[in-house]
Design a protein around this ligand. Structure first.
Ligand SMILES: NC(=O)c1ccc[n+]([C@@H]2O[C@H](COP(=O)([O-])OP(=O)(O)OC[C@H]3O[C@@H](n4cnc5c(N)ncnc54)[C@H](OP(=O)(O)O)[C@@H]3O)[C@@H](O)[C@H]2O)c1
Length: 197
């Protein structure tokens, strides 16, 4: 198990446990939808995701893959991830989750909602809506996702945000593709695709 200490509070970063009564409801939701709800993330050796609301590496091929997979689709994200972008990503519908009922954005193709369930409802006609982070929204997304596209970066990083540990009892690794470091990529990394068992 991986955990982080923050202000002396131990935060459990295991795959979030789902209460039994909500489990039936979630299974229904997962089964009912015709979409493949996909979480897409890049994480370091210890599931590091980011620090000071920024990413930890620059991996152009991973960016290209992210662009290729998500273009034309709904991308669902937490308010902090949205605000970490210099501007919205082209050719994608952004759905931003916040608890702040007064939060608005004037950018085109950006919609504000107040729960992951609402974000998924707005994406129900999309074959592949993507949950793109960050840590808080991935933790919520585990209950709904059918697939995880994880880029594992083979390095330790200093981080303040983490991806939950993937429980291999619930997720089957279906493909992996190793990418060694090179002049454009400072770290080795592997594309891992998981499917819900
Ligand atoms: N490596 C990667 O693949 C990757 C991908 C994405 C992001 N990141 C990194 O992750 C970090 C950001 O992640 P984060 O965990 O700090 O923030 P986040 O998940 O992007 O956003 C958190 C915000 O989402 C809203 N939220 C969370 N739970 C909610 C709920 N149940 N209902 C309604 N709204 C809810 C809240 O917004 P309000 O405060 O407005 O209420 C909360 O502050 C950055 O460092 C970013 O660079 C990394």
């Amino acid at each position: 198990m991986f955990s982080k200490e923050k202000n002396d509070v131990k935060i459990d970063l295991e795959e979030p446990k789902i209460l039994e009564h909500s489990q039936a409801h979630i299974k229904q939701t997962i089964k009912k939808t015709t979409s493949t709800i996909t979480m897409i993330a890049a994480a370091g050796k210890n599931n590091e995701l980011g620090k000071d609301n920024d990413l930890l590496w620059h991996l152009p091929d991973d960016f290209k893959r992210f662009k290729q997979l998500t273009t034309g689709h709904h991308i669902i994200m937490g308010r902090k991830t949205f605000e970490s972008f210099p501007k919205p990503l082209p050719n994608r519908t952004h759905i931003i989750i916040t608890r702040d009922k007064t939060y608005t954005t004037t950018f085109k193709d950006c919609i504000v909602v107040h729960s992951l369930e609402s974000a998924l409802k707005l994406s129900e006609n999309d074959t592949t809506p993507f949950i793109i982070g960050g840590g808080e929204i991935y933790a919520l997304g585990f209950a709904f996702a059918h697939k995880i596209e994880l880029t594992r970066v083979h390095q330790d990083f200093e981080s303040d945000t983490f991806f939950p540990v993937i429980d291999e009892n619930n997720w089957a690794l279906i493909t992996e593709e190793y990418h060694p470091k090179d002049e454009k990529h400072k770290f080795d990394f592997t594309y891992l695709t998981y499917s819900r068992r």
